[in-house]
Ligand binder design. Sequence first.
Ligand code: DCT
Ligand code: MG
Length: 493
Amino acid sequence: MFHVRPRKRSRPEEASVSGHQQAKFVDVRMFLVERKMGSSRRRFLTQLARSKGFIVEDILSDAVTHVVSEDSRASSLWTWLKGSVLRNLSMIHVLDISWFTESMREGRPVTVETRHLIQDALPEVTSSTPVVRVSQYACQRRTTTENHNKIFTDAFEVMVENYEFNEMEGPCLAFRRSASVLKSLPWVVRCVRATEDLPFLGEHAKAVIEDILQHGRSFEVEKLLSDERFQTLKLFTSVFGVGPKTAEKWHRRGLRSFGDVLAEPSIRLNRMQQSGFLHYGDISRAVTKAEALALGNIIDEAVHAITPDAILALTGGFRRGKEFGHDVDFIVTTPELGKEERLLLDIIEGFKEQGILLFCEYQASTFDMSKLPSQRFEAMDHFAKCFLILRLEGSQVEGGLQSCAGDSRGWKAVRVDLVSPPMDRYAFTLLGWTGSRQFERDLRRYARSERRMLLDNHALYDKTKKEFLAATTEKDIFAHLGLEYIEPWQRNA
Ligand code: DCT
Ligand code: MG
C-alpha cells in the first residue's frame, strides 16, 4: 500500500537529514499526525520528506499549510483538529497519506485534489468557518458548466419535468430553483446538513438528497422514471413541435408510441410535428460544439452575402460554453435601424437556394416600442424570428459528424433558431437569448423585486423614474440593475 521505500543509508543527501536541510518548497509546511501512524513511522516519513527538500514541522501551529494523516476516520481527526491551537483551520489542507506518497514519488508537492482530502463531515456548520451566503437570485451567483452536484440536480430535473406534466407550478418552481442553487456550488453536497443555509431547499428536496446520499439513488425519482405515463409524455414531448398539452392529449387517447400516433387516422400533425417525426433520429441527438461552429460559418457567409455590415452572434447554451445543445441559437441584425426587417427572409431564401433548408417557421416582427413596458412577461419576444431545420454536411464540420453506428449519409439535420432585433435592442436580446432560462427568470425577478424595474428581451424600464434605460452592451444592463457583471459562461444556472 505504501510505495515509498527507505533509501540506502550511504546516500550523501541523507547525511544532512538530521542536520539543516535545504528547503526546496517553502510554500508548503507539512505536519504529520502521529495518531494511527505511530511515532517511529512518523519519524521515518519526516526524515524522508526533509531529505527531499520538504519542510516538515514537528509541532502543529498556524504556520502549517498541509496536515497529513493516516487516520481514515475523518470525524475523530477533525474533532482533534478543531480542539487544537489552530485558528485558521479553514486555510489548511487536511490530507490523507496518498498526497504524501505521490509527492515523495514526484519529488515535489503535488497539486491537492479532491481525492486527497479528508473532508470534515460538517464543514459548513463549524463556528470557525465563515458561512458564505448563497444568493436567492441566480443572477447573483456564478454558475459554470462544471456541476459538482449532478447526481442531485439530475434527480431534481426529473421532479421538475413531472410537475410540469402535471401543471403543478409551486413544487415545479421549488425544484427548479433548488437545482439551480446546487449547480452554483463549488463544493459537493456530502450531507443534508450542508444544505441547511441554502435558499429554496425545502423538506421535499432534502428528502431526495438524503435518499441519494444513503442509497445512491432516489426511490421517488426511480418510481417516476419507470412510470408509464411519465415515460410516454417524455417520449412525445421529445418531438419537435409537441408540447406537454399535445402529449397529454395523445396519452389520454391511449397512444403510447410513435407508431401509435402515426397510425392514428384522426390525428393531423402540423407542419412542425411532421418535420419533427421526419428528422427525429437527427434532431433528438445533441448538437456538438463543432457542429454549432460549422453552422455559424454557414450562416455568417449567408448573412454577409446579403449585407456586408450585418452583425451575427452565437447565443444560447453554446455562448455559455456548453459542449452540447438541443439546437443552435443566433442573433442577426444590421447597424441601420429598420433594415433588419427583411434580413431573415433574405437569409431563408439563401438557404433554400443552397438546398439546405429542411424546415422553416418564420414569425414576422410584432415589436412595437409604444406598447412597452409589458407588465407581465410573455413566453416569446416580439422580434422577427425563425425556427429552422438545416442540413449540415459532415465535410463542413471540423472532425466530421458524430454519426450513429452504420450511418453513412454524410449529413445531419440540425435545429437552428434565428432572431433579428433592431440594433438598439441588441443588448437586451443578447442577454435574453443567452440564457439559461433560470438565469433569465431570476434577472427579471431581481429587477422587479429588488429594483422596481421591468426587464425583458426588448427593454429595461425603471418604474420609479418612469423611464426606459438605454443599453448598448450587456454590461450596461447589469450596471443599471446594480448587479456585478456575470460572464456568459457563468450563467449556466
Ligand atoms: N429564450 C427566450 N424565450 C423563449 C425561449 C428561450 O428568451 N421563449 C432564451 C432563453 C435561452 C435561449 O433563449 C435559448 O433557448 P434554448 O435553446 O431553449 O436554451 P439553451 O440554453 O440554448 O439550451 P440548449 O442547449 O438545450 O439549446
Ligand atoms: Mg439552444
